[in-house]
Write a protein that binds this ligand. Structure first.
Ligand code: ATP
Ligand code: MG
Length: 155
């Protein structure tokens, strides 16, 4: 059982210095108990990569919004940046292994491929929306645990 709010708070601390250096504010807006069933370390890897990307491709003096809410039996997490964005032609390829719009930015281009796989292993899905020069939003949807998976005191 993983509380996504706590997980995101932990990641915000991990990435604080990196964001702070470029005066990028990380803002969290979450339900109190967004609980999903899964592997905490793997799920951490998912949001570390998405938020790392958001910081990397954002302009200085901007903000990144992390929004977590429950809808139709699912937990929906959005990572929204107002950075450089991705054009349509590249957007369809960003989840491919090793694909990078600009390889000179460093990294391996594996982040999103791994992220996508981990989300799928958790029976969820990941959608990327982006507009060049406007920004990117990544939406990760994960199933809510079934009632029988939650001990009484947590409901
Ligand atoms: P790594 O994750 O291994 O450090 P990476 O970040 O380049 O390397 P991915 O996370 O897979 O690799 O992302 C692939 C590419 O998609 C990036 O290189 C970048 O071109 C584009 N991209 C990903 N997220 C964003 C974003 N939030 N804004 C703009 N471009 C993005
Ligand atoms: Mg990455």
């Amino acid at each position: 059982r993983v509380n996504l709010k706590e997980l995101l708070q932990e990641i915000m601390l991990n990435l604080w210095t990196k964001a702070e250096k470029r005066n990028i504010e990380l803002r969290l807006n979450s339900e109190d108990r967004p609980i999903v069933i899964g592997d905490a370390n793997r799920l951490k890897q998912v949001f570390l990569n998405l938020i790392d990307n958001a910081i990397k491709f954002s302009h200085e003096d901007s903000a990144i919004d992390l929004i977590v809410h429950e809808e139709n039996g699912k937990i929906i997490t959005q990572v929204c940046d107002t950075g450089i964005g991705i054009d349509e032609e590249h957007l369809i390829r960003v989840k491919d292994r090793f694909f990078q719009v600009n390889p000179l930015n460093g990294g391996t281009g594996l982040g999103l491929a791994i992220t996508q796989q981990i989300v799928e292993l958790h029976h969820g899905n990941m959608i990327m929306q982006s507009k060049l020069e406007e920004g990117t939003t990544v939406i990760v949807t994960l199933p809510l645990p079934k009632k029988e998976d939650i001990p009484g005191e947590l409901i």
